[in-house]
Design a protein around this ligand. Structure first.
Ligand code: NDP
Ligand SMILES: O=C(O)C1=N[C@H](C(=O)O)C[C@H](O)C1
Length: 278
């Protein structure tokens, strides 16, 4: 039975991975190829990419796996029960429309999406489930809940700062995770992050705005992802910290989301829904 026939037969959910040559793309395709719960039925890259037409396993420096890297998103996604997408905002929005047309689950890890992108995802989610999170790890999603609780328990005299560090190749700031944590802190204070957010500081900034939530980003080396939520009071500080040391945590979360989404209706979901910690 071919991958397509097996996936179509309902034996195991067939998954397409976008951005297959990327840091997360490779992590995801390896995980799915080793999985007993899902089958890799497609690996997408952009037109002109050097991996197009090559066996994915060989392109990744290993044994052939029988999945040929393609730039034909329409026909690849048509055979999928789920699409896992860690790419870039413009690509993710385009993939969302194709995935919704195929009535497949779209798991989105891409960060740096703007309000216009989010509106297009909301439109796509009217037709099929979209599960999106700036961080798919169990640890960060637990930390989000803790952040909300601590922010709710402490008064405005406790200043909140979110500090994050990532590898030198990361293109967006603040990270998606930092924004999730900032949103949780704002929710704990009964406000919207947009009303409290202070971006990275430089120059003569003046004193800190009471009640604001500050963001700082460090970029360097091969840091997988580190996030601190600092609650700074008079004479004491609370620091909630998550350290990612292996991208596998994101890939495992994304695969779990794709499987969880198989019996869900259209709509927008996040990892708190998947993990049952909403
Ligand atoms: N939610 C989470 O848990 C996590 C989210 N992320 C996010 O995932 C995204 C990807 O991260 P990472 O894997 O490190 O990045 P990489 O740059 O390593 O990989 C991105 C991949 O997407 C491809 N891509 C980019 N634009 C397009 C396009 N227009 N069409 C098709 N393919 C495209 C790239 O191809 P090309 O090389 O040709 O540009 C590349 O293969 C980022 O937004 C990151 O923040 C990362 C880790 C965890
Ligand atoms: O780009 C990355 O690498 C990561 N991106 C996500 C983010 O923006 O928070 C998740 C993780 O921190 C790694």
């Amino acid at each position: 039975m071919s991958d397509f026939e097996q996936a179509a037969s309902g034996a195991l959910p067939g998954i397409v991975v976008t951005g297959a040559s990327g840091r997360m793309g490779q992590m995801l395709t390896r995980l799915i190829l080793d999985s007993r719960e899902a089958r890799l039925v497609g690996a997408l890259e952009r037109t002109g990419h050097g991996w197009i037409g090559r066996d994915l396993g060989e392109a990744m420096g290993g044994q052939p796996c029988g999945v040929i890297v393609s730039d034909d998103a329409v026909s690849m996604i048509a055979r999928a029960q789920a699409v896992i997408d860690f790419t870039a905002p413009a690509a993710t929005v385009a993939f969302a429309e194709l995935t919704a047309q195929a009535r497949a689950v779209h798991v989105i890890g891409t960060t740096g999406l703007d309000a216009g992108d989010l509106a297009r995802l909301a439109a796509a989610a009217r037709h099929a489930p979209i599960i999106r999170a700036g961080n798919m790890s169990l640890g960060v999603n637990l930390l989000v809940g803790l952040t909300r609780k601590v922010a709710a328990a402490l008064g405005e005299e406790w200043d909140i700062e979110v500090v994050e560090a990532h590898h030198r190749m990361k293109v967006d700031a603040p990270s998606g995770t930092a924004l999730m944590l900032g949103e949780a802190a704002a929710e704990g204070r009964g406000a919207a992050l947009a009303d409290l957010r202070t971006p990275a500081r430089e120059g003569i900034t003046g004193a800190r705005q009471p009640g604001s939530i500050g963001f700082s980003a460090i970029r360097g080396g091969d840091v997988v992802g580190e996030h601190d939520v600092i609650f700074a009071g008079q004479g004491e500080r609370i620091v909630l910290r998550h350290l990612a040391t292996d991208r596998a945590i994101f890939a495992r979360g994304a695969l779990r989301a794709a499987l969880w989404g198989q019996d869900k209706g259209p709509g927008e979901y996040d990892m708190a829904d998947v993990l049952g910690i909403g």
